[in-house]
Design a protein around this ligand. Structure first.
Ligand SMILES: [Zn+2]
Length: 133
């Protein structure tokens, strides 16, 4: 079974992937302006400050948009069809691209409340995904 393309952590993202490995969902918080952001970056996307800290997020959110994929974009996704690719708006504000899992793809709706779950894809990589709350 082929693996899908996996993240390669680097300086700005390593804390996020390390936390996911520990089944903790963290996002960046700007101590200058108070906003949260996702994806991880070296500076705040709201005020450009580099005074960022990692915070444990609630892991709650709602489906902002989604599509149900019936064709694998890579052999590593072939055993996952059909799967839901979604934009989830986190309770803290930022939106993130993810998968909605543990439900029938046709049951997903915009506005559905979801919660984070952790998919241990390999020994090194865990992907945060979401399921109906
Ligand atoms: Zn800021």
């Amino acid at each position: 079974m082929a693996l899908p393309p996996l993240p390669r952590p680097y300086q700005d993202t390593a804390p996020y992937w390390k936390a996911a490995r520990e089944h903790r969902f963290v996002i960046q918080h700007c101590t200058e302006c108070g906003e949260h952001q996702f994806y991880p970056r070296g500076v705040c996307s709201h005020c450009l400050s580099s005074d960022l800290e990692w915070q444990d997020a609630s892991g709650k959110g709602e489906v902002y948009s989604f599509s149900v994929n019936h064709r694998a974009p890579h052999p590593g996704f072939a055993d996952k069809l059909p799967f839901v690719l979604a934009i989830v708006e986190l309770a803290e504000g930022p939106r993130m691209m993810t998968n909605i899992v543990e439900c029938h793809p046709e049951s997903v709706t915009i506005g559905m409340t979801v919660e984070v779950v952790f998919d241990d894809v390999t020994e090194e990589v865990t992907l945060p995904k979401f399921r109906p709350a």
